[in-house]
Design a protein around this ligand. Structure first.
Ligand code: IPM
Ligand code: MG
Length: 372
């Protein structure tokens, strides 16, 4: 398959983790005879520095003309600590989502068997957890009208949703549930918010078209509690933009590290793949950032194009790396010297040698060296 992929590595640890995902995709291309072409462009703080704009036109045009986008992370402390900044790196990502119509953000959360002890939650609570969060991504409070009074003492952000915006992601969530455990949980705040009551109404209507899928409802405050009390009760979680942002960071604790959570953002025409973590500025350049979320985002990219065997090979490589402790310090309590690029090299090597018995595992190829 020929694929043109835009690579927007962004800020902080973005470039170092994204380059491991590119390594994995290049290995897949050579193993399966695909032709993947990568084109790089700036977004976020780096784009503000280089072009005065967090989403330069050239970047947006590239994204509109490619098959898929691999995104790193954005953000820089100099903007976080300055509430008066007029231009912010995050605007680049939000504009990109909006311009490309990426209305559904899919965030899989699972407890890896080999990492059960790494989570601060108890093994019996998290074991077997497998959730797919469907977060609405182009509406709600993120994109509603913003207001700041002249004197700067009053502000508001409007949370607005239309039936159509709710319907389109709801269909995707129900279809996903049909190939999983046939359950959708709508997370909202319908006891307080009018917009949430619209969500309940529309989702209940759409649910009638899917009699094989069970629908239930949870208020977001309760959902936040249930997520750590009993995460196994969830299959597909469907929710609006901001609740999804918050719940998915919370859910990352189940897997043991936010550095493991990948996501796909899809719309009618475009698709973007990105780790859910941020730019982790303190870790930049230290080689400690976990590239797995980015590598798994690359696997989601392959799945999106129906390349299931290819995606599975990446997923297997990741599982193996976790099993063998070839992982960064956030999930590795035994070795503190496995760097971001070592993890990437292992995954690359696994892809290049899928049938190599050495991978069963007395001697692991990593370049020519042995790592355990
Ligand atoms: C995410 C991030 C973004 C969001 C930020 C960087 C704007 O937290 O993708 O979850 O809030 O959507
Ligand atoms: Mg977030």
């Amino acid at each position: 398959m020929n694929l043109n992929i835009a690579v927007l590595s962004g800020d902080g640890i973005g470039p170092e983790v994204t380059s491991q995902a590119v390594k994995a995709l290049k290995a897949i291309a050579s193993e399966f005879n695909h032709n993947f072409k990568f084109t790089y462009a700036d977004v976020g703080a780096i784009a503000i520095d280089n072009h005065g704009n967090p989403l330069p036109d050239a970047t947006l045009d590239l994204c509109k003309s490619t098959d898929a986008i691999l995104f790193g992370s954005i953000g820089h402390p100099k903007y976080d600590n300055d509430p008066s900044a007029k231009v912010r790196p995050e605007q680049g990502l939000l504009k990109l989502r909006k311009e490309l119509g990426l209305f559904a953000n899919i965030r899989p959360v699972k407890a890896y068997e080999t990492l059960l002890e790494k989570s601060p939650l108890k093994r019996n609570i998290i074991q077997g957890t497998d959730i797919s969060i469907f977060r609405e991504l182009t509406g709600g409070i993120y994109f509603g009208e913003k207001y700041l009074s002249e004197d700067g003492d009053t502000a508001s952000d409007l949370c607005l949703y239309t039936r159509e915006e709710i319907e389109r992601i709801t269909h995707l969530a129900f279809k996903a549930a049909q190939s999983r455990k046939n359950k959708v949980t709508l997370v909202d705040k319908a006891n307080v918010l009018e917009s949430s009551r619209l969500w309940r109404k529309v989702v209940t209507d759409v649910a009638k078209e899917y009699d094989d899928v069970e629908l239930d409802f949870l208020f977001v405050d309760n959902a936040a509690m249930q997520m750590i009390l009993n995460p196994k009760q969830f299959d597909v979680i469907l929710t609006e933009n901001m609740f999804g942002d918050i719940i998915s960071d919370e859910a990352s604790v189940i897997g043991g590290s936010i550095g493991l959570l990948a996501s796909a953002s899809v719309g009618e025409k475009h698709a973007m793949f990105e780790p859910i973590h941020g730019s982790f500025p303190q870790a930049t350049g230290k080689g400690i950032a976990n590239p797995i979320a980015s590598i798994l985002s690359a696997a989601m990219l392959l799945e999106h194009f129906g390349l299931y065997a290819e995606a599975e090979l990446i997923n297997n490589a990741v599982e193996k790396s976790l099993k063998l402790d070839i992982s960064t310090p956030d999930v590795n309590t035994n070795h503190d010297n496995i760097t971001t690029s070592k993890v990437g090299e292992f995954v690359e090597d696994f892809i290049n040698n899928p049938n190599d018995s050495n991978l069963n595992f007395t001697n692991i190829h990593l370049g020519q060296s042995t790592i355990i």
